[in-house]
Design a protein around this ligand. Structure first.
Ligand code: FAD
Length: 810
């Protein structure tokens, strides 16, 4: 049965959702095409979060006809003053009978909407507001039963609905338990046909509604049944020795019974107590374990805690999460978000009742924020202040989440949102205790924070709606405390039974009667009533700084020491990173274009290099990459020290030879050579010299081992070359070989740079060790000497002729 109605409910909800989505889409299109003004788009007195089904042309038939639950529908016009006045009552009614949904649900339709007008006309609606009752499994020709002259208060409306339900014709809504009084015979045979653990009997007068209300309040709970017994059922009354009406008794097989002890003999108290009986659980929710404190399914160790206390560990975890995690998703803070952050940090600095170290840190963050005069700040700068890089003495904000009172039985339940509520309750209470003269200070800070940063956007929308609705009523620090408490209860009411409810921590109207009996009262008609003065004094005590428990907190000295270590580690990382960046800058500045082209060629030839260096070896680290990761990526940090340079990090060894780790000075000298000699050939020659040296060494080794020398196979792309000792010396004199000489592999690597370069090959064959410069100089000298010889030849040939001319002169 339970399954049947839960399916019916979810089907209806799903249907409503999809229809609403479609409606929203159409509405959006209409607004954007200018057919509807934004005003019309926002019209309507209710939203789905009011626990009221919004009827439209698209869903009306499905909701009203052939439904498993009965429906009460308000036909209203959004422009009608009476309707506007009635809407808060209707919303309260929806909250009040939320638990009855599987049996009877509330709906509303705005007849002022062009599209809805036809439905209202079809149902014969003449005036607003009109309330109609629709039976479960109604047919499409049903016009519904009007509530004539219906009361304008929640209690009266609720009783009217009960009467309609009692008179419900067949078929009866499957989720609805029997509402008529139980007889002696039924009670005596009850356990023969029912397998529930508890039978609650509410003894009352015939005109009392308490029994029926409690029956409906419990209809979503398993393992319990509720029946009303009239005071006129004498046998039962005397058997259980009932003297008070109303009163509630728990009845068990064999006639065992016990009276339910409650603070007030009223609906709310009965329902609350019965919902918490052992074994009683909301339909579809897992049964609480025998020891609910051991019931978490997280990997973390469960911390035993006192449910009636607030833990500083939760507040510090909330600060950590909000400031270091939630804010971090805003790399740049500006405009409203920056103002919201300033207000939030300002109230934290003012009212957070933390340990001295945390308070010092918050004050430092606040001062820093106030000192920022620019229109935007970067989160990374703020993060430095949060991590106290400026080394403010005795200031730290613990890192990580350390939930205690906000632990959830599953990793996705409770925790941070629980912490946010708790934090702001504490702050409103602290503001009141500090005799704050700005009643809205904390609440506006919370509103701004939730609006700009709270990750649950739907929650933020709901909270903003509540703030817009009633925040203006807050006119003192006391009303601020009470406002937040009552809004939190609104949310609790809305979320009771929702997926986000932790079965170990059911949503209730808080504080519960057992936590604060004095907070609860009953009105003359038996309705539950909060006692605001008692609630306020309870809140002021419950969230006071004196009652905050310091259990499970990390010691201040350890916290500061840890922070120091982290700071030191961060500083080293930054130094390394800066060094790497500086070297990279220098390298890119001094390396000529030609070299870069060669490197590109090299990279193309060596795909393994590309794979190893994602992003083509970009030196700039991604902002989200941790410094260590960046350093390792660049190949500059190894055990905290610079060790490798870009390009060398994953280059595979050439022909099975391990490359040396390049040194910084090589980069500089390379560029020097390139700039001043423009001599790529020199490097080739130098490389070759190294190779020759290796070969000579190898020859020596081979001769020792008696092996023959095979030149070249280990140098693919580099032709088999020989270098004279004189040429080698000449290179040595130029001081160029020193870098290559030191390492054969480097020589190999340099030769390998041009494996397919025809110029290189030509050079190697032609020069047999001469450099291009050498050849050029030779050519120039040859040319000059030829010219010189030609000049001399011409001079001596012409000389006698000059002489002859001279002689002929007078
Ligand atoms: P919470 O409701 O988080 O309460 C935390 C603690 O505060 C409780 O353990 C209790 O000790 C105490 N407490 C409970 N009620 C009160 C009260 N009335 N006054 C003072 N103290 C109280 N979730 C959604 O699914 N939909 C939403 O729209 C939504 N809106 C939210 C809006 C805000 C601003 C916040 C902070 C959270 C919202 N959440 C919403 C999350 C939801 O309210 C709960 O925080 C979450 O489900 C965890 O619940 P919990 O059992 O830890 O108790």
């Amino acid at each position: 049965m339970a399954r049947r109605y839960s399916r019916a409910t979810s089907w209806r909800t799903g249907n409503t959702l999809s229809t609403n989505a479609r409606q929203l889409l159409i509405l959006t299109i209409l607004v954007y095409t200018g057919i509807l003004s934004p005003f019309t788009a926002e019209a309507g007195l209710y939203t789905a979060s009011d626990q009221i089904v919004i009827l439209t042309t698209e869903n009306a038939d499905t909701v009203l006809f052939n439904s498993t639950a009965a429906m009460v529908v308000e036909f209203y016009a959004s422009w009608c003053g009476h309707c506007i006045g009635f809407s808060p009552v209707y919303k309260s009614l929806a909250r009040d009978i939320k638990e009855w949904k599987p049996a009877v649900d509330l709906g509303a339709i705005d007849c002022a909407e062009e599209q809805s007008r036809k439905i209202c006309t079809n149902f014969g609606i003449k005036g607003y507001p009109t309330l109609k009752f629709f039976h479960a499994y109604g047919t499409s020709d049903s016009k519904g039963q009007s509530f004539r002259g219906f009361p304008r208060d929640v209690k009266g409306l609720r009783q009217n609905i009960i009467e309609k339900m009692e008179n419900h014709q067949e078929p009866w809504p499957p989720a609805c338990p029997p509402l008529e009084p139980a007889s002696l015979a039924e009670i005596d045979s009850f356990f023969e046909s029912n397998s529930v653990q508890h039978l609650a009997l509410i003894f009352e007068a015939s005109n009392s509604y308490v029994g029926r209300e409690v029956t409906l309040d419990l209809l979503q709970y398993d393992n319990i049944a509720v029946r009303r017994v009239l005071s006129t059922e004498e046998v039962l009354v005397s058997r259980l020795e009932v003297t008070d009406f109303p009163s509630c008794f728990l009845y068990y097989p064999g006639g065992n019974h016990t009276r339910l002890r409650v603070q007030n003999e009223a609906r709310t108290f009965y329902s609350y107590a019965l919902q918490r009986l052992p074994g009683v659980v909301r339909t579809g929710k897992p049964r609480p374990l025998t020891s609910d404190l051991l019931g978490n399914t997280t990997d973390e160790q469960w911390r035993v805690f006192n449910r009636s206390r607030v833990y500083m560990a939760d507040l510090e975890s909330t600060l950590h999460f909000s400031l270091r995690v939630e804010l971090a998703s805003h790399p740049i803070l500006r405009g409203d978000a920056l103002s919201a952050l300033r207000r939030y940090v300002s109230v934290l600095a003012k009212y957070f009742p933390g340990r001295p170290v945390v308070k010092n840190l918050l004050t430092a963050v606040d001062s820093w924020l106030q000192a920022q005069s620019q229109s935007e700040i970067s989160y990374s700068d703020l993060r430095d202040v949060l991590d106290n890089t400026a080394e403010v003495p005795d200031a730290a904000l613990p890192e990580g989440q350390n939930w205690v009172g906000c632990q959830g039985s599953k990793p996705h339940l409770r925790r941070y949102p629980c912490g946010v509520w708790t934090l702001f309750h504490v702050l409103t209470v602290q503001a009141k205790s500090s005799a704050s003269t700005e009643p809205l200070e904390v609440l506006q800070a919370m509103r701004g924070y939730v609006h700009s940063f709270f990750g649950c956007r739907e929650c933020a929308t709901h909270f903003e709606a509540m703030a817009q609705d009633s925040l203006s009523q807050v006119d003192s620090a006391s009303t601020a405390v009470l406002w937040l408490w009552s809004r939190h209860n609104h949310v609790n009411n809305r979320l009771a039974g929702a997926g986000s409810e932790d079965p170990l921590f059911p949503k209730t109207q808080w504080p519960t009667p057992d936590m604060c009996p004095a907070c609860h009262g009953v009105k003359r008609g038996g309705e539950h009533a909060w006692k605001p003065a008692e609630v306020l004094s309870f809140l002021l005590s419950y969230f006071s700084s004196e009652r905050l428990l310091p259990d499970h907190l990390e010691e201040e000295s350890r916290l500061l020491a840890q922070q120091k270590e982290q700071r030191e580690a961060r500083r080293q990382e930054q130094e390394v990173r800066r060094g790497a960046e500086r070297r990279a800058r220098e390298a890119s500045f001094t390396q000529p274009q030609e070299e870069e082209e060669d490197e590109e060629e090299e990279a193309q030839e060596d795909p393994a290099d590309e794979e190893a260096g994602e992003g083509g070896g970009t030196l700039e680290p991604a902002p989200w990459v941790k410094p260590e990761a960046v350093a390792e990526e660049e190949g500059v940090v190894e055990g905290g020290r610079p060790s490798r340079q870009r390009g060398a990090r994953s280059r595979p060894s050439v022909v099975g030879m391990k490359l040396r780790e390049p040194q910084e000075d090589i980069v500089d000298l390379d560029s020097f050579v390139n700039q001043h000699y423009k001599a790529k050939a020199l490097r080739v020659a130098a490389a070759v010299s190294a190779h020759v040296k290796r070969r000579s060494l190898q020859r020596r080794e081979d001769s020792v081992l008696g092996l023959g020398l095979e030149a070249g196979p280990d140098l693919p792309g580099a032709e088999s070359v020989d270098l004279g000792a004189g040429q080698y010396k000449r290179l040595q004199k130029r001081g160029l070989t020193s870098q290559y000489r030191g390492s054969e592999e480097e020589g190999v690597a340099v030769v390998q740079l041009y494996p397919h370069d025809p110029r290189g090959r030509w050079m190697n064959v032609l020069s047999v060790g001469f450099s291009g410069l050498d050849i050029s100089l030779c050519v120039i000298l040859y040319f000059l000497s030829s010219m010189c010889l030609l000049g001399m030849f011409l001079f001596f040939k012409m000389r006698p002729r000059f002489r002859r001319v001279k002689v002929a002169q007078p």
